[in-house]
Design a protein around this ligand. Sequence first.
Ligand SMILES: [Zn+2]
Length: 199
Amino acid sequence: MTAGLPSVERAIQLFVRFPGIGRKSAQRMIHHLLRRERGEVEQLLQALQALADRVGHCAICHNLAEAEQCWICSDTRREAHLLCIVEEPMDLLSIERAGLFRGRYHVLGGRLNPLGGVGPEQLNLATLESRLRAGQTTELIIATNPTVEGEATAHYVNQMAAPLVSRVTRLAYGMPMGGELEYLDESTVYQALAGRRNF
Ligand SMILES: [Zn+2]
């Protein structure tokens, strides 16, 4: 389909690396770009260049940042004694969107996966430990995902943190809002029952 158009083929090969993008979607995006004014493609190029040049990681929490500290670490109104552990910056954004948490974060940069070559050294655990040793944190909230690797990571972090913080908590598991028991898988129902709380 792209015979004789090596530049198009090359772009397709790059686009299909995005999550959720197959070959057909990649082709559609590229044809959309090719129909645009040249200026619009230039704008896209500049935006990508700025991403590569300017976006790095926060020196304190490893969130994405365009300065040495991210917008959360540099916000003095955030509560310093609450620290929430997440796997990735996207997870941090999800918790921020919920609008309840006013503490700070630590982004691990992944989760333990020994078979995939991710051990404790590959995660941002050394900086976490020194933050905890600084002694400001009174509650550590572990918000890794409820997957096998996320659980293993939570246990690891808990063992490391328990001697350093007075309270370590884990996000609750259970029924999704608007969910119905009939349609939930048994492990979700099991966790919802095990994690029940007083009215
Ligand atoms: Zn930060």
